[in-house]
Design a binder for this molecule. Structure first.
Ligand code: ZN
Ligand code: ZN
Length: 414
């Protein structure tokens, strides 16, 4: 007699019968691992489309897709999941739906928003592996720090014209200490990143819409390698962690490059523990969270937000201040201009003040975390000399994970 759990997990529903028969001929293949796997795909552009297509064909069971953008006609030449009729719709939503058309048993959820500022860290903790398909350093660094905090492997893809690279980053295990994305960053990378960070809202938004020329052929090659490494991770097989696979399209040469680990790298900051709070960003106040953290870590403990939150805008001309308390990802370009000065006929661009800690003397302590720019299902961090603890807003999980919150078996990684 068959084990009932086994039946539920097997692909024996009439419509799915035989679907994965060829994979089963691979000696080490375990379709149940893929069916139970939880994958976070960040970016639903050229790479993201290929990542999702591959995950769906392979029978990966749980996928969350995050992207800010809407579909334009120029995407159609590099995006197998989009049609002309999708123009104007959110990439993440359409991509998730199209992946489910390929593999109807896949549970999906989409996140339409800024992945650096508005994607709660709980999503990273939920995932078994993270796949990156974004084209900027700021997002890569944010993904990297989140993954290192939560001990999650991530696989980055980068493409330009007909060349590209796939890089595998696996946080420190007992057996190895490998390089992370931040370790690979050169002085030029930091200069470009800081330029991006220091600029005000207007230039920030302009810089986010990069127009790197790419082809569907290179995105298919690089995303293929990314997903194949993810399959190996999900099976507990060795991967090229701490290395990058580079493909030079013009010469059709490929090679591996090994990254040097930097011992003083800021990303190597794992949480010792994550405490799940049955609380939501909408209801828990900053004061309540600080109280919980201090109970655990002592009266000096502060809350680290792990990201910059916009506190106020100050006009250099008329000195007026406007308190905003918003995520940097949610403030639009036109907010940069000072309204009273505009009315008086002067175009004055306001300066941005951000904060990234709650110390206990703030005026906003009794406001809910959401109202000061903290995203739902986030993990906020507090530490003392001995330990670093993450406090997860687990009450937001059903809202953020949607369908995915019902499939929570998970895999253990050693
Ligand atoms: Zn590092
Ligand atoms: Zn002004």
């Amino acid at each position: 007699m068959q084990d009932p759990i086994r039946i539920a997990l097997d692909d024996t529903t009439p419509a799915q019968a035989g679907r994965f028969d060829r994979f089963k001929l691979i000696a080490w293949w375990d379709q149940d691992r893929l069916r139970n796997a939880k994958v976070l795909v960040i970016g639903a552009g050229a790479l993201g489309n290929e990542l999702l297509k591959n995950l769906a064909l392979l029978g990966v069971g749980n996928v969350l897709v995050a992207d800010l953008d809407i579909i334009e006609n120029s995407n159609l030449s590099r995006s197998v999941l989009y049609r002309a009729s999708d123009s104007g719709k959110a990439k993440a939503t359409v991509a998730a739906e199209a992946a489910r058309e390929i593999y109807p048993d896949m549970a999906t959820q989409s996140f339409v928003g800024n992945v650096v500022y508005d994607l709660g860290l709980g999503v990273f903790r939920w995932a078994d592996v993270i796949l990156g398909g974004l084209d900027n350093r700021e997002a890569r660094l944010a993904i990297n720090r989140a993954c290192w905090k939560l001990n999650k492997p991530w696989i980055d893809g980068a493409i330009e014209t007909i060349q590209g690279t796939a890089r595998v980053f696996v946080p420190d295990g007992p057996a190895q200490a490998s390089a992370c994305y931040e370790c690979t960053m050169s002085e030029t990378d930091w200069r470009l990143l800081n330029l991006r960070r220091s600029c005000n809202l207007l230039t920030r938004e302009q810089m986010q819409t990069g127009h790197t020329p790419t082809t569907p052929t290179i995105s298919s090659i690089i995303a293929g390698v990314q997903v194949q490494e993810a399959v190996k991770i999900l099976h507990g097989l060795p991967t090229f962690a701490g290395k990058g696979w580079v493909f030079e399209g013009l010469s059709a040469d490929s090679y591996m490059t090994e990254f040097q680990r930097k011992e003083d790298c800021y990303s190597h900051d794992p949480l010792d523990e994550v405490i799940e709070l049955q609380a939501s960003a909408q209801s828990l106040t900053a004061r309540e969270l600080l109280f919980i953290a201090r109970e655990k870590l002592g009266p000096e403990a502060q809350i680290e937000l792990g990201r910059d939150v916009l506190e106020k805008l100050t006009c250099p001309r008329c000195k007026r201040e406007e308190n905003l308390f918003s995520s940097l990802g949610k403030v639009s370009v036109d907010k940069a201009w000072c309204p009273p000065c505009m009315e008086a006929g002067h175009k004055s661009r306001r300066e941005v003040t951000t904060f990234h800690k709650i110390r206990g003397d703030e005026a906003f302590l009794d406001q809910p975390l959401a109202s000061i720019g903290i995203p739902p299902f986030d993990i906020l961090i507090s530490r003392n000399a001995n330990q670093t603890i993450g406090f997860e807003l687990t009450g937001d999980a059903p809202q953020v994970l949607g369908n995915l919150s019902r499939h929570d078996e998970g895999l253990d990684f050693e």
